[in-house]
Design a protein around this ligand. Structure first.
Ligand code: ATP
Ligand code: MG
Length: 250
């Protein structure tokens, strides 16, 4: 089982879109997948449209087993978020609070090929749980300068996690999202992203996710890009990203 978290403390950079599309793509390619929505905003949860009475909050607080919180959906297995996650900092305050998700995932590690975690735009205890539990991270970033600045801060956090909790934590790469190949700005930002990636011992994914309206449309209609817009260029971008991730395994 490989656990991949999609992380960036900056809001609106394409974390949920990426987590959802990568998880769906892996599922459609025949892998056993589990997706976990760790964000109180419930964006990922909205797109799958299930009626669940247990969420990742119940798992993290130890109320239920992780297996009992799993929902079978047409994009693979999913554990939903709920709004109570907003209070998790006050509820999870005992020693070992960073490892709740890891502990839970260890109990089901034979059930899946991939676990994909969508995280909130913050570096709080939920993101720390994701970083402690995962093998690697994908860092989506919009092709702009502020977005890249935030990655430096994220790197510092990743280094702390490596030091204290998860020494083998790997950065799969920086994923440029809402990308426009024709703009000079995007090209300049790509260069900067490449330098940044090098300094972090990682790469910028070759696949860049272009700006496309069908992303929003597919989310509103609660479908994945692969079913809503199978022929769209942006769907191809995400397929290529999945190819890159799988190639890394070999
Ligand atoms: N490639 C793209 N082209 C056009 N719109 C996009 C693209 N990627 C994401 N979006 C849109 O941008 C918005 C933010 O995307 P998303 O929710 O995936 O980001 P996020 O990082 O998860 O945000 P948050 O930090 O709030 O959780 C959404 O409305 C989404 O539909
Ligand atoms: Mg999100």
């Amino acid at each position: 089982m490989k656990v991949i978290a999609v992380i960036n403390q900056k809001g609106g950079v394409g974390k949920t879109t990426t987590a959802y599309t990568v998880a769906t793509g892996l599922h459609l390619r025949g892998y056993k997948t589990l997706s976990i929505d760790l964000d109180q905003q419930e964006n990922f949860t909205f797109t799958i449209n299930v009626n669940a009475d247990k969420s990742i909050y119940d798992v993290l607080t130890g109320n239920v087993s992780i297996e009992s919180a799993v929902n079978k959906t047409d994009i693979g297995d999913v554990i939903i978020a709920d709004k109570s996650l907003a209070t998790i900092d006050t509820v999870l305050n005992t020693v070992g609070k960073e490892y709740r998700l890891k502990e839970a995932l260890d109990t089901i590690k034979d059930n899946y090929d991939y676990v994909i975690i969508d995280t909130p735009p913050a570096l709080g205890i939920l993101t720390v749980n994701a970083l402690a539990a995962c093998d690697s991270v994908i860092i989506p970033a919009q092709a702009d300068i502020y977005s890249l600045q935030g990655i430096k801060q994220l790197e510092e956090n990743i280094n702390v996690i490596r030091k204290y909790c998860n020494p083998n934590l790997k950065i799969e790469g920086i994923l440029l999202t809402r990308y426009s190949a024709r703009s000079i700005l995007s090209r300049e930002v790509t260069e900067m992203a490449q330098q940044l990636a090098e300094s972090m011992n990682t790469k910028v994914f070759e696949s860049k996710i272009r700006e496309a309206v069908c992303i929003k449309e597919s989310q509103i209609s609660q479908q994945s890009l692969f079913t809503y817009a199978p022929k769209a260029k942006v769907t191809e971008d995400y397929s290529k990203l999945i190819d890159e991730l799988l190639k890394e395994e070999k």
